[in-house]
Each structure stands twice: as C-alpha cells, then as structure tokens.
Design a protein around this ligand. Structure first.
Ligand code: SF4
Ligand code: SF4
Ligand code: SF4
Length: 179
C-alpha cells in the first residue's frame, strides 16, 4: 500500500504560482479560497541567509488531528495512498478539523463542507500526477510513494537536506522541502 508524499525543491521554486492556478482550475476552488499557496521565509543565519519560497498545502499527515477530531467520520484516511480526505455528504461544517490543523490547510467551502488539498486523488487514480506537480515549469515538485525506497521522492529525501513544516506538532507531515 503506497504512502503518498510530496518533495519540493525550494532551491528551484521561483514563486510563479502556476501550481496555485492549476489547483484552483483543476479542483474548481471557489473565489476567495485556495487549496495551495506560496509562502516565503528567511532561513539560515548571517552571513548566508536566504529567502525560501515554498508551495504549501495540506501535509497529508501520518497522525492527522483533523481525522481524530471529526465527529462524523467525514474526515478520514483513504486506503489509496494513505491520504486524508473529506466526504462532503458526511460533513456538518462544525469546523473542528479547521481548528485542529496546525497548518491552516482547511476552509469551509461555500456549500457548507470542509475542503482542502486532496493530492488530486481523482487524477492519481487515473495514473496522473497532481495538477500542481504536472504544471510546475521548473520541475521542482516531486510526488510518489514514500514507502518505496526506489521511488524518486525516497531517493531525493535520502540524498538531499530537507525539512518539513512544524514537525514539533507531532502530526507527521508528508510534504517535504529540499534545501
Ligand atoms: Fe514554485 Fe513550481 Fe509552484 Fe512555480 S509552479 S510556485 S516554481 S512550486
Ligand atoms: Fe489534516 Fe491539516 Fe494534516 Fe492536512 S495538514 S492532514 S488538514 S492536520
Ligand atoms: Fe468533520 Fe466536517 Fe466537522 Fe471537519 S467540519 S470536523 S470534516 S464534520
């Protein structure tokens, strides 16, 4: 069973936002909301600080508080790719999952249910890459099975320095940033 993850090379990201536009288009994300976004952070220390540009989204956590706090089971772990998903018809819009996510990855869709990045599971089922990964002009986004030591994402993590966001939150994020 694959455990899907994303590895993004921050040294190649130019902040063009093509990934954001592709996601909004592919997933019909309503006006005023987004499932992925670009963040910037100054990292490193004097005299060699640098500006890190990151494409961020739901981290598809291994220990997702958004799932354990959901009172209806709408938020769940999907067997395919071990990804965190939401069943809109089971969601009562209580926002418990929004409050529990340390990454601010979720929003309430105007139709009343919790929404977020799905790793484009509808595309992955058809053998396609997530929309964001497929359009990135610098090819800095990589996607695959973290449990397969021979996958591109595993080989990149084994060979390059990297970090994940808020590891201290204990959620086991599965989006990694090469530095
Ligand atoms: Fe960075 Fe690629 Fe997104 Fe452009 S499409 S902002 S290069 S991750
Ligand atoms: Fe849940 Fe937030 Fe982790 Fe995504 S990033 S799995 S919404 S806790
Ligand atoms: Fe579950 Fe929906 Fe409430 Fe989130 S808003 S905790 S998905 S019922």
């Amino acid at each position: 069973m694959a455990r899907l993850g994303m590895v993004i090379d921050t040294t190649r990201c130019v902040g063009c936002m093509d990934c954001v536009v592709a996601c909004k288009t592919e997933n019909r994300v309503p006006e005023g909301f987004c499932r992925d976004w670009i963040a910037t952070e100054t990292r490193g220390t004097f005299p060699t600080p640098h500006l890190e540009i990151r494409s961020e989204r739901c981290n598809q956590c291994d220990e997702p508080p958004c799932v354990s706090c959901c009172p209806t089971g709408a938020s769940h772990v999907e067997p395919l790719g071990h990804t965190v998903q939401v069943s809109p018809d089971m969601c009562i819009g209580c926002k418990a999952c929004l409050a529990s996510c340390p990454y601010g990855a979720r929003f309430i869709h105007p139709d009343g249910y919790a929404s977020k990045c799905t790793f484009c599971l509808h595309r992955v089922k058809d053998g396609l890459l997530p929309a964001c990964v497929s359009v990135c002009p610098t090819r800095c986004m990589h996607f695959g099975d973290l449990d397969d030591p021979g996958s591109e994402v595993s080989r990149l993590l084994a060979s390059r320095n990297h970090h994940a966001l808020l590891p201290e939150a204990g959620t086991g994020p599965r989006v990694f940033y090469l530095i």
